[in-house]
Each structure stands twice: as C-alpha cells, then as structure tokens.
Design a protein around this ligand. Structure first.
Ligand code: HEM
Ligand code: NAG
Ligand code: NAG
Ligand code: NAG
Length: 315
C-alpha cells in the first residue's frame, strides 16, 4: 500500500514537472535544424492531394495531448486493437500515414533525433497554416510514450458535454475557460458524423424533440441527413460551411444557433465564454491570436520518455 502511494505521488510529481518540461523553440537547432521544414513539405503535399488532411491532423494532435500528454500515444498500433486509435471517439481520426511519411522524411535527415510527438505538433500547426489559419512557433522537445489504451479515450471531452463538464476536462489539463473557447475554434474545419450531434435532433429532452437552441432551418437540414434510427455510419456534415478554410466562422455560427454540437453551443451559455465567442465572431485577428496562444499551451502538456523509431510502435 505504502509503495503504491509512493508510486502514485512520484507519478504525480513527475507529471507536474513534465508539464513544465524543457520544451524550447531551438531544441533541434544543433541536432536537426531541417526537421520542421521536412514535416511541412510532407504535410503540404498530402493536404494538396486530400483536402480532409488538415482537419484530421489538428484533431489527432488534440486527442494526443488530452490523453497522457502530447506523447504520440494516439499514433501507436496495438495487436489486439486496444490502442487509443481503436477507442470509441475514433470516428474521423485518419491520415495517420501523413505522420508516418513525415517521420520517414525526418529520419532520413537525422535518424533517432526527432520525436513523433514533436512531428505531430509541427504537422497540426502546418495543417492550420495550410487551411488559412495562424502560424505559431511550436515549442520542441516532447518525448514519445510507450502506452496507448482504447479505454483511456473516455477521458476525452464529448460533444454532448455542457459547459461545466467541458471546463472540468480542460482545467484537469491546466487549460482555462478562455483556452476552451479559443481551442474549440478548431471546429472551423473538418467533418462530423451524425452520431456526434444526433442528441440535439431526436428526443432531446422531456419537453423538446429538437434542441430549441438549434436554429430551426439547420435542425431540419440535419434531420434530413441524420434521420432517427438511420443505419448509415458514414452520414454527417461539414463542421462549418467553409470547412476547409480556417477562419472565425465557427463563432458566427454559435451566435446564430447554427453550431453542430451541444459542446459548441454550450460556449454561449455563460457570460464569460459568451463574451469571448462574440469577440472572436467579430474579429478574426483576435481569434487567431488566442488560438495560437492556446495551441502552444495545449501542445506543451508533455508525457513521454523516448524518441520512437517508427511512430506506430514503441521502441
Ligand atoms: C472542446 C471539446 C471538444 C469536443 C467535445 C470535440 C468533439 C468533436 C467531435 C465529436 C468531432 C466529430 C467526430 C466525428 O463525428 O467524426 C470533432 C471533430 C473535430 N475536432 Fe473536436 N472536439 C473538441 C475540441 C477540439 C479541439 C481542442 C480541437 C483542435 C484544436 C478540435 C478539432 C477538431 C477537428 C479539426 C475536427 C474535424 C476532424 C475531421 O474532419 O477529421 N476539437 N470534435
Ligand atoms: C473505433 O471504435 C469502435 C468502437 O470501439 C470500434 O468498433 C472500431 O473498430 C474502431 N475503429 C478503428 C479504426 O479502430
Ligand atoms: C452538466 O452535466 C452534469 C452531468 O450530467 C450535471 O451534473 C450538471 O448539473 C450539468 N451542469 C449544467 C450547468 O447544466
Ligand atoms: C429542455 O431543454 C430546453 C433548452 O435547453 C430547456 O429550456 C427545457 O427546460 C428542457 N426541458 C426539460 C424538461 O429539461
């Protein structure tokens, strides 16, 4: 028992220390200065060939950072399909091949130096820039983890979460309500399946079949795409009509009651988060600045201990 307590407290201390771990912008200056550019080239090429790649890479990085820190645990395969990528919130996690290609390009220049976690962080930033969003200098020096569990994907926030649930999920990772509002703007790009917003369309609650905060025209459109008891697993819709462009339209949609998830609309239910939503709806510049700052914060949650040779398998 005592040893378990000691182990747990040392893990806790470790994770607190690793939160402030030695990430720096010049981490690879001497050992692999060309790494970042090599990743950018691969991400550009892949995004040109497939417009769904940027959204996939951004979401992949978010999922990585929210489970065990940004340690590339989301990239690991498991023989028994019991890794994070096999967990229930895996819908639309895709484009893993882009990270594998980027790792290959980087390994060709400086083998064994650059972690998969850093490559994913670069790729997510590149994805945002390619889609028209802000650039930020990615802190470097993450290490890759050795553990990935499908069961731990329940730690991710869900699309039916209300504001207090979202706040709890973010604060457990050292992220504020302001970070929550800014990072949710990632939903300006990409695609969502019906299962992520069906709760708002059918049997919403005891008094309303449809979520009354959802704009009636949008509700009717979504109901046509996602009929009750539909068996189509692939049905869904773009997160935003301009879903390949990283802009501030996401916040305009929230103001109009046209955002997809309960968790998006929840940002409009509290005076503080509502005021940020209005601010970002009115100013793309304000959103871009906040998003870049919060991405740096989210991507600085570290957790791993090695530099993987291949991103899909621990050394
Ligand atoms: C605030 C809590 C969040 C919740 C509850 C949430 C939930 C979801 C859900 C349910 C989907 C659709 C999955 C599907 O049906 O295929 C999705 C997609 C997406 N999310 Fe989030 N998310 C959150 C935060 C974030 C953050 C912080 C980012 C990045 C900064 C992000 C980026 C994305 C992107 C880019 C997509 C589209 C993926 C694609 O098209 O492949 N999300 N999210
Ligand atoms: C995604 O998760 C579901 C539910 O756990 C699982 O049945 C499915 O095989 C997973 N998909 C992949 C690609 O791992
Ligand atoms: C949010 O959801 C949780 C869990 O369902 C519930 O306990 C809480 O009362 C809800 N909070 C608000 C503000 O609705
Ligand atoms: C159903 O949801 C609406 C909108 O959130 C709310 O006003 C109403 O009180 C809810 N009804 C019940 C029975 O919870």
């Amino acid at each position: 028992m005592a040893s378990i307590v000691a182990l747990l407290s040392s893990l806790l201390v470790f994770s607190i220390i690793s939160l402030g771990n030695a990430l720096s912008s010049n981490y690879y200056e001497k050992t692999c200065p060309q790494a970042e550019n090599a990743v950018t080239q691969v991400v550009k090429k892949a995004s040109m060939a497939d417009k769904t790649v940027p959204a996939a890479l951004l979401r992949m990085h978010f999922h990585d950072c929210f489970i065990r820190g940004c340690d590339a645990s989301v990239l690991l395969n498991s023989k028994k399909s019991s890794a994070e990528k096999n967990g229930p919130p895996n819908q639309s996690l895709h484009a893993f091949y882009v990270i594998d290609d980027a790792k290959k390009a980087v390994e060709a220049i400086c083998p064994g130096v650059v972690s998969c976690a850093d490559i994913l962080a670069f790729a997510a930033r590149d994805a945002v820039v390619i889609a028209g969003g802000p650039y930020w200098d990615v802190p470097k020096g993450r290490k890759d983890g050795r553990v990935s569990k499908a069961s731990e994907t329940t730690q991710l926030p869900g699309p039916t979460f209300n504001l207090s649930q979202l706040q709890k999920s973010f604060s457990q990772r050292g992220l504020s309500m302001a970070d929550l509002v800014a990072l949710s703007g990632g939903h300006t790009i990409g695609f969502s399946h019906c299962s992520s917003f069906n709760n708002r369309l059918h049997n919403f609650n005891a008094t309303h079949d449809v979520d009354p905060t959802l704009h009636p025209t949008i509700a009717a459109n979504l109901k046509a795409i996602c009929p009750l008891n539909s068996r189509s697993k692939n049905a869904g819709t773009s997160m935003d009509p301009s879903s390949t462009t990283f802009d501030n339209n996401y916040y305009k949609l929230i103001v109009q009651g046209k955002s997809l998830f309960s968790s998006d609309q929840a940002l409009f239910t509290n005076p503080n988060t509502k005021s940020l939503v209005l601010q970002y709806a009115n100013s793309k510049e304000a959103f871009f600045k906040a998003f870049a700052n919060s991405m740096i914060k989210m991507s600085s949650i570290t957790g791993g201990q090695e530099v993987r040779k291949y991103c899909w398998i621990a050394n």
